[in-house]
Write a protein that binds this ligand. Structure first.
Ligand SMILES: [Fe+2]
Length: 452
């Protein structure tokens, strides 16, 4: 019987723990044969004896001088496509970018980066794998301080039993004992495996700080988000049940990711204190999610990434105003100045809050792409009379335009229970005309008039 050819991969990295977590991904997700070593000398010896399809090399190999090792590998043409785990300065890589190096992966994006590259290279759609279980090898499990998820053993009958529980510590002796009994693989539930990959990326920087330490990864069960914290997507528009379910799942992911950022976690926590002012904020977040996602769908701009971005922005754009809810209802400086009880400090905070919120987002490494810029522009206007920059239409991003209109319309609906699009349009006049605004306002009108 012909054996299926397994892609054989050599990892050269000075840290055993990094080798193990890469192995964890490649063996489980791509069914590869993985060998690892820590030095150039060991690598050369292995390369002399074996043939590898892929080599993954760190930029800092202890007995290699600078980047010479890569150059040798390339010049000798010893290697099939290889991927470099980059943890050094980008500019040093420039001379190699046109060589045989297939990809440069940053360590802080290790699991995700490698997954993407190999999914494409091997034409394996890992994102949509239908499996309920993922096969894993035992040695990488010893790298966890405690198991973040339950691990299962498959019996000959095909039935799976729980062998280790979440919280257990697996020692090298455990691995030897089970290997001796002929157990080469264990199983994680697919959902738990995918969760682990994400968590590993988050702890890789800590590995570099403490290479001998164990991986501290949270259980997915610790990260469950109360349904109360998720937006319900109630708002002016009746969204299809399928869309609401999809958005609800997305919002759970968004909130889990946001809570990993201490600054955001603190602000979100204060948002959930049971106060009337916070109810206003939560209600408005719900409305903005409902409106912005509905408009993106109407414009055929919707995708998983788009929904995640809009939900994230709905939560963060006014966070600096949480302690000042009386300011959040204003959309323009003109509206603010009509009030007599607004202090100079309030006005300053109001004008600065888009930038303050954008700075918080910029410090969030897990923020969706361009979220900081969109948040910074959420009070700009096509007339050039917005703030804080007074940008002209051409400088305002289309998504910022979508967010601006969504926030403004949400505020209008909250203040006008008997709302209608025509009354809203009469009040806003030409405020949202020009560039992408016209198209977005038209989409809002279409949805309001029930033409979808
Ligand atoms: Fe705002």
């Amino acid at each position: 019987m012909n054996e299926i050819h397994k892609t054989s991969t050599l990892i050269v990295h000075p840290l055993g723990v990094i080798c193990d977590i890469i192995r964890f991904l490649l063996e489980s997700e791509f069914n590869m044969d993985v060998t690892s070593c820590k030095t150039k000398q060991e690598a050369n010896s292995l390369l002399g004896k074996n043939k590898y399809d892929i080599i993954i090399v760190a930029t800092k190999v202890p007995d290699a001088i600078g980047f010479d090792f890569f150059k040798e590998l390339i010049d000798q043409n010893k290697l099939m496509p290889f991927i470099l785990v980059e943890n050094s300065h980008e500019s040093k890589l420039d001379p190699y970018k046109n060589a045989e190096v297939k990809a440069f992966i940053r360590e802080e994006n290790l699991m995700e980066g490698l997954s993407e590259i190999f999914s494409e290279m091997l034409a394996i759609d890992t994102k949509n794998k239908p499996e309920e279980w993922t096969k894993i090898s035992l040695p990488p499990l010893t790298r966890f301080e405690s198991l973040p998820e339950d691990v299962f053993l498959e019996l000959k009958t095909g039935r799976r039993i729980k062998l280790f529980r979440e919280g257990d510590r697996i020692s090298i002796e455990d691995v030897e004992r089970y290997t001796h009994k002929g157990v080469r693989n264990l199983f994680l539930q697919r959902k738990a495996f995918l969760w682990l990959l994400k968590q590993i990326d988050a702890v890789v920087p800590a590995i570099n700080q403490n290479p001998e330490g164990l991986l501290k990864v949270e259980s997915s069960k610790d990260q469950t988000v109360d349904d109360e914290e998720c937006p319900t997507f109630t708002g002016p528009f009746v969204l299809q049940e399928k869309m609401i379910n999809e958005l609800h799942e997305k919002s759970k992911d968004v909130l889990i990711q946001m809570k990993k950022n201490k600054e955001l976690a603190k602000l979100l926590k204060s948002l959930n204190v049971d106060r009337a002012e916070n109810a206003f904020f939560r209600n408005r977040i719900d409305m903005i999610c409902n409106i912005s996602c509905a408009i993106s769908k109407e414009l055929a701009w919707s995708s998983d990434a788009m929904y995640e971005k809009l939900i994230y922005i709905a939560h963060v754009h006014d966070l600096p105003l949480i302690a000042h809810p009386h300011l959040a209802k204003f959309q323009t400086v003109f509206q603010l100045e009509l009030m007599t009880d607004i202090s100079a400090e309030d006005k300053k905070l109001f004008i600065q809050h888009p930038k303050m919120a954008a700075d918080i987002v910029a410090r969030d490494s897990r923020a969706p792409a361009e979220a900081a810029l969109i948040v910074a522009q959420h009070h700009e206007r096509p007339s050039g009379k917005g703030f804080p920059e007074g940008l002209q239409t051409a400088r305002i991003m289309p998504l910022a335009a979508l967010v601006q209109i969504s926030i403004d319309f949400a505020q209008y609906v909250l203040e006008n229970p008997y709302w209608s699009y025509d009354k809203y349009a009469a009040q806003t006049g030409a405020q949202f005309r020009g560039g992408a605004f016209t198209k977005i306002a038209k989409a809002l009108e279409t949805i309001c008039k029930g033409k979808i």
